[in-house]
Design a protein around this ligand. Sequence first.
Ligand SMILES: [Zn+2]
Length: 105
Amino acid sequence: MAEALVVVCDVCGEPATDTVSIKVRGKSRQQDLCTDHVAVLLNTSRPAVRGRPTKKGVQKRPTARRKKPVARRKPATRKKPVARKPRRTRVPGPVMPDADNTPQQ
Ligand SMILES: [Zn+2]
């Protein structure tokens, strides 16, 4: 005797097609939804934004501050690798012992 496990929509009980993950009040939750309720969720929600969750009323200021520091940091990261390269060129000098391995005398 065979049994089949059918995942049903947590809202209406129809066969579920997707499992959605939601974060509410710091807790992650999952919900199985049918195509209709997934469509409702997609129509009434917005895509998550990367980075820190923005607080209410402070949404405009952080985005304006982030753009300026990023532009200043790029030139600083380029200067450091250039200073390291001359040190590497000095290393091949001691590598010369490879020539000593060959019997010259
Ligand atoms: Zn449903």
